[in-house]
Design a protein around this ligand. Structure first.
Ligand code: PEP
Ligand code: MG
Length: 886
């Protein structure tokens, strides 16, 4: 019979070594802490397998698991000496979710479970604190009503506000035992009214209700959205952890806190965290009271008055610091910890690898390798390549003028400007229309997740560094300023005030998540520097990677940026972008609309010097490196004039009438341009176009070789080839032109001629095509489009539904469809190599910058990947990780 329940604490750790897949992250780590003797309140974990079975069997529990849970409870009772439902000395438990990876705030938790009209008296007696007992009971009813019974939590909050007002109280802490007792009565009345039944008094009913609710929360809408955004499979399921309650709200010697073993924003090696005296955990996370600092240094740096934990509770703090070190050594990673102090006794409630900014991830990985805690290869594996994106983007120009409105906490680094919006839905709709928005909230909640994702930055009035907004923003790589207390938000009127200034919805502000500054207007930014830890980790990555990394670039600026990021050549220079240049477009149109070779040649002659200087500039920047230049590819259709004025300009340049020109344009109109007159079909029908481009390439290459001595290595690439014969014809044009230029200049240079593989036929016939082509570059944008028969320009409308329904795990235009398109690539690579063993193979579709696709490229042994400039470092790291895993 399958075991579903695993006990921990009090010297027991049933789940030793079983891991997160089965126990969930929280369960595995509780068990891990128990196994190294740390003070963990006793409890048990119901495994993720039970979650799967729960859904498979119509959301019911088998009898066997009921017996196991009873044994689990007996374990907790044995260790604590209390018993569940006992009116004299009641055991209270927490019931929490715990998926394989942490999903902050996404799923449900119930605390203080086990309280009822009788046990509350017992708790009052054993704790000697009647006020605490009734406060715990009302918290429990409030949470249970919300999470398990699904009742309207607004009504409960309102009842609390009314109760406080009636008594003339401002803070919860002003409420007396009697006040709480009365509120409990009111809460029970609300439950009866909304639910139609009395609040459950049987503690076992309470427990099973909560377990069902936690499993049920796995399929909540917000959990589903979070999974989609974070690529978490729906079939993982969650575990449930039932654990003895410990209380941080038992007076001045009790406290609760969250901490990181290193700074999760900067990576600095310093304990980092917040705590609150006489409070429960959710008080810290919810951002209702502003927490105090953990260490004296942090408090002093912030200029804060309330004592740090180090000063207020020196002995417990010292014990906590010892635990931090033990945990880092045990898990060999920075830990994110929750703890509670109950009447001076420290309890560890949770540990897990802490979420961190990209900057912190880099520093922690490099530092830990240098401390000898992990190896350099492990350090390379520790940084998520996608997260580097955060570091590669601009920060505020230190020289720029700033109209600073206020300062909050620097919760997630990076700078962002955008128009202010006050709710998540508006953030999403404005962002879909292309607007940059900053989401401004009093505090965020899991319901805001889609808006946080759509926003460029997040600003909150409340909440600390570990508030929901801060944790989620760091995970998403969004800049965030939290706890900007001077911000008076009026969400109804869609505005906020700071002093006498008013900022309305739609006004532009800038936030700097590294300093906490909030500024009016848009502040200019500067490019990042790639030195320090970034440089070190990249060097280690380069030391283990096999795949070369090139870039897709066609402007000198792109080429320089990419070289700065470590690109080892150009994998795709798209020449059409050069043709769209305002100064050239008329000549390009003249060429396209000409109805004879002579007319085309006249226009091409105007373009040649321009194109030559384009290439010369790129060759200079890429001196000594391979540069793949793709000959003209897009449908002619795309270049056609639209406006009267444009027709007139072309008519004048070509010396023909406007009407004749319009007739010609109508002839060139295509119904399906993506499958029309494009790619090498242009070169086959109008060889003079490719001839001009080849001439520009070779003349520029010879020129640069003469000038600098470092000859570039042009790789001339023919697009959209389906057959060997097409490539043969085009190679003839290119070779003939090369010979002519070399003869004219009296100097030869090395070059290659190859093709893109972006049609299924080309992949299938790669063996034949390799008889002519000296290299292949997989154009996976078109190859995905043509293999799936899905238009790359129109897919957005339905692909999200396809991803939601699990037809594709991810958008196949973002992450390669390895099963389908990938099979064509491996087959083409194999057939190409059979014909030409040293054929050069690369990829230049968008997938060249996607880590999962790069891992696939490693597995089929491609020579290089080519990515857009800002993705070059991501590709370098992803290639290194792929090599380490291979
Ligand atoms: C491709 O199709 O993958 C490619 C790189 O070419 P383009 O995106 O220009 O069609
Ligand atoms: Mg293409």
């Amino acid at each position: 019979m399958t075991q579903y329940v695993y006990r921990f604490g009090g010297g027991v750790s049933d789940g030793r070594g079983l891991g997160k897949e089965l126990l969930g992250g929280k369960g595995a780590n509780l068990d891990g802490m128990a196994s190294i003797g740390l003070p963990v309140p006793p409890g048990f974990t119901i495994s993720t397998e039970m979650c799967t079975r729960y859904y498979a069997e119509g959301q019911t529990f088998p009898d066997s698991v009921k017996a196991e849970v009873a044994q689990g409870l007996a374990h907790i009772e044995g260790v604590t000496g209390k018993s569940f439902g006992n009116p004299a000395d009641p055991l209270l438990v927490s019931v929490r979710s715990g998926a394989r990876v942490s999903m902050p705030g996404m799923m449900d938790t119930v605390l203080n479970l086990g309280l009822n009209d009788e046990t509350v008296q017992g708790l009052a007696a054993t704790s000697g604190d009647e006020r605490f007992a009734w406060d715990s009971y009302r918290r429990f009813i409030q949470m249970y009503a919300d999470v398990v019974l699904g009742l309207d939590h607004g009504a409960f909050e309102e009842a609390l506000e009314i109760a406080k007002e009636d008594q003339g109280h401002f803070l919860d802490t002003d409420m007396s035992a009697e006040d709480w007792r009365k509120l409990v009565g009111e809460y029970k009345r609300l439950v009866q009214e909304q639910w139609g039944k009395p609040f459950p008094q049987d503690v076992h009913d309470q427990l099973w209700g909560a377990i069902g609710a936690v499993f049920g929360s796995w399929e909540s809408d917000r959990a589903k959205v979070y999974r989609r955004l974070n690529d978490i499979p729906g079939d993982w399921g969650t575990a449930v952890n039932v654990q003895a309650m410990v209380f941080g709200n038992m007076g001045e010697t009790s406290a609760t806190g969250v901490a990181f073993t290193r700074n999760p924003s900067t990576g600095e090696r310093a304990y980092y965290g917040e705590f609150l005296i006489n409070a429960q955990g959710e008080d810290v996370v919810a951002g209702i009271r502003t927490p105090q600092y953990l260490t004296r240094t942090a408090r002093e740096q912030a200029g804060a008055k309330p004592l740090s934990m180090e000063e207020a509770m020196p002995e417990t703090y010292a014990e906590l610091a010892r635990v931090f070190d033990l945990l880092e050594t045990h898990y060999r990673d920075m830990q994110d910890i929750e703890f509670t102090v109950e009447r001076g006794k420290l309890w560890m409630l949770q540990t897990r690898s802490g979420k961190r900014t990209a900057k912190a991830a880099l520093k922690i990985a490099v530092d830990m390798a240098e401390e000898g805690l992990i190896t350099k290869s492990e350090a390379v594996g520790r940084v998520d390549p996608q997260a580097l994106d955060q570091l590669l983007h601009p920060t505020l120009d230190p020289e720029a003028e700033r109209d600073v409105l206020t300062k909050g906490l620097p919760a997630s680094p990076g700078a962002a400007s955008g128009e202010v919006v006050f709710d998540a839905d508006t953030a999403e709709t404005r962002a879909q229309l292309g607007a940059a928005v900053i989401l401004v909230r009093i505090e965020t909640s899991p319901e805001d997740i889609h808006g946080m994702h759509a926003a460029k930055g997040i600003l909150t009035a409340r909440g600390g560094m570990t508030s929901h907004a801060a944790v989620v923003a760091r995970g998403m790589g969004r800049p965030c300023v939290s706890g900007a207390g001077t911000l008076a938000i009026d969400a109804k009127a869609k505005l906020f005030r700071i002093g006498d200034r008013t900022i309305k919805e739609g006004d532009v502000i800038t936030i700097d998540g590294a300093t906490g500054e909030v500024m009016a207007g848009a502040v200019p930014t500067v490019q990042p520097e790639l030195a320090g830890d970034f440089g070190t980790l990249m060097e280690w990555a380069d030391g283990v990677r096999r795949l070369k990394v090139r870039t897709n670039a066609e402007t000198p600026l792109d080429c320089r940026t990419a070289r700065g990021f470590g690109a080892e050549g150009i994998g795709l220079c798209r020449t059409e972008h050069m043709f769209f240049d305002a100064a050239r477009i008329t000549a390009v149109r003249q060429m396209i609309l000409a109805d004879s070779e002579k007319g085309r040649r006249a226009a091409l002659a105007k373009l040649l010097p321009e194109q030559r200087s384009d290439f010369a500039e790129i060759f200079e920047i890429m001196a000594g490196l391979p540069v793949t230049i793709r000959l003209l590819d897009p449908p002619l259709h795309e270049f056609l004039p639209h406006e009267e004025e444009e027709f007139a300009e072309v008519a004048e340049a070509a010396g023909i009438g406007v009407e004749a020109l319009k007739r010609r344009a109508a002839e060139l109109h295509e119904f399906n341009p993506m499958l029309g007159h494009r790619g090498c079909r242009l070169g086959v029908t109008y060889p003079e176009i490719y001839e001009m481009q080849a001439r520009a390439i070779f003349e520029a290459a010879v020129e640069v070789a003469e000038k600098s001595g470092a000859a570039p290595i042009p790789e001339v690439m023919v697009p959209l080839v389906a057959t060997k014969r097409e490539l043969e014809l085009m190679k003839e044009v290119i070779d003939r032109t090369a010979e002519a230029v070399f003869a004219e200049k009296g100097r030869r240079i090395e070059y290659l001629v190859g093709t893109m593989i972006e049609l299924p036929r080309a992949a299938l016939k790669a063996g034949e095509i390799a008889e002519v082509g000296q290299f292949f570059s997989f154009g996976t944008n078109d190859l995905t489009q043509t293999t799936l028969g899905v238009s790359r320009d129109d897919a957005g409308r339905f692909l999200t539904t396809y991803v939601d329904k699990g037809i594709f795990a991810r958008d196949p235009f973002v992450s390669l469809d390895i099963e389908g398109v990938g099979e064509l690539i491996s087959l083409a690579a194999e057939r190409g190599r059979q014909t030409r063993s040293d054929i050069k193979l690369g990829i230049c579709g968008e997938h060249g910058g996607d880590p999962a696709s790069i891992a696939f490229c490693e597995s089929v042994g491609l020579d290089y990947v080519s990515a857009s400039p800002y993705r070059v470092p991501i590709a370098r790291l992803a290639a290194a990780q792929a090599a380490l895993r291979a």
